[in-house]
Design a protein around this ligand. Structure first.
Ligand SMILES: [Mg+2]
Length: 114
């Protein structure tokens, strides 16, 4: 399933409830940040060892938060008229230029430090 099909489903879900009226770009931006924070909260103050346990014991919660983030991303891209598949492909291409494989392989340096 392409992301675009998934986005259509998400938008249909919203349209069936007439929720677009509540979805200003400002609130969608705040919403995606809040969902990211909910994901981050699952890891807050946890050691690397505890995180290993969380990955299995809280897999459903992790999955829900990732989905929430994607749903907000779908709303935002739809309402901004941005094709998310195209945007991601274009960004990967840009990243490829910023991080040529020969200079970035096994390196965690930022592009301007390569
Ligand atoms: Mg959530």
């Amino acid at each position: 399933m392409k992301n675009i099909d998934l986005i259509d489903k998400i938008i249909l879900f919203r349209d069936e409830r007439n929720w677009k009226q509540f979805h200003s770009l400002k609130d969608l931006c705040l919403g995606i940040g809040i969902e990211v924070a909910e994901l981050q909260e699952l890891f807050l103050w946890k050691t690397e060892e505890q995180i290993e346990t969380i990955k299995t014991e809280k897999k459903e919660q992790l999955s829900d938060e990732l989905a929430d983030i994607f749903i907000f991303l779908a709303y935002l891209s739809n309402d901004l008229g941005i094709d998310l598949d195209e945007a991601v492909l274009k960004k990967i291409e840009k990243n490829g230029l910023k991080y040529p494989r020969d200079r970035s392989l096994n390196s965690n340096k930022k592009y301007n430090e390569l």
